[in-house]
Design a protein around this ligand. Sequence first.
Ligand SMILES: [Zn+2]
Length: 472
Amino acid sequence: MAIKLGSISGIPLYLDYSWFIIFALIAYTVGFGLMPVSYPNLPWVEYLSIGLLSAILLFVSIVIHELAHSIVAKNNGLKIAKITLYLLGGVSEMSEEPPTASLELKMSAAGPLTSIAIAIICLFGWIASVSIHAPVLVQGPLQYAFYVNALVAGFNLIPAFPMDGGRILRALIWRGNNDVMRSTRIASSVGRIFAYIFMFVGIFYLFFIDIFDGLWLLLIGWFVSSGASSELNQMIVKRDLSGLKAGDVMTRAVDSVSPDTTLTELSSKFLEDKHNGFPVMGNDGKILGCVTMEDMRKTKKSLRDTTLVKDIMTPREKLVTVKSDDPAELAVNLMSKNRIGRVFVVESEDGKLSGLITRSDIMKTIQVQESILGTSKAGAERQRSISVEKGMMFEIDCPVVRGLTWSATFNTGEFTLVSQNVVQLSGGGQSTQFTFEALQKGRFSITLSPTVASGSKELSSRESIRYSIVVT
Ligand SMILES: [Zn+2]
């Protein structure tokens, strides 16, 4: 949950609600915890002012820190969707991931380096203000701004993905192994370990040392652990949909209604078909709009016999659509950006509706991809096990991703490849299907490897799948 504050050089700036708690916590900790130690016997109004000023300084410091990330990203041609400020840092949401390890390294280092620079400037400012005996209201916040920027730099450099330190770690691993997925997984695991350490130490502090410090550590641990897994999930969605087009994941046969349907008829259609909405189609197969159960509810029951679908539908211009050869990922991005559950697949040339992509279409695709490519556990991944009887025919298959076919490697004494076909899947898309005959009893393996088109970077991340076959 976040509120929009405004935008800086074209980048929308959001503030997470947790920040209000942080703001109060900082103002209190600094004003009534830290300051009385350095500057005793001041009136409480002064402590409060220093506290509030310090919280504002923290806020400004984090904004500058995040802007540093964004500016490096922008200068390298990446789009920044928005910046959201969380407790001791923020997240610059990129519309796209950095394409190379070295750019990721530059981008993620920019924030902490900026915080270190601000810390050094404030340190000198503080020393100067002390030497000229400036009022406490100047000394105090400068001192705190020095501390807090050093803290923000240090905190963000903890190698816990998705914080900057974790991103730096990922970039370094990525540069070494050239595999962004694997690097993300390693960096996420390291991040989770750090999160548990924070929470463990936090609980210890909570009970035995200081409730306040304990709460801080718990908060940080929770933040890191939730960030690490959501970032990994995004990567998984990205990877599983990579190379797939909207047309590969959409549902083709879509129920529709005509614009002249009355709302009474529509309401019984909702009951029958159990959909939440229908595309509205003309006789020529072109989509005219979309009507949902919610649209219908806005019309009084007494008027439903005389009101037509075309009077209440969301018109074509306002629908979120993709073309069938757009990347499938675009559909997911549009859904989350617009907070909607469905995207229409419409052909640009003739405006005809080819299909519909819903969240469940995406989930199904990911499940299919996961069951084949397996990501959940390292080591066990990309391995499947099958039991067959000797002399029996059996099939194994792999989805055909754009330009990618599969070839099978096996021992000819153990299996015969009876056939290899590309088959149409019921949900759209294609699959390469191998039919084998088992010749001997025992435990053998068949490896399916992607036949990578030369120089195709996108597909080189797809690894071979090893099937372990038990013949009885
Ligand atoms: Zn940062």
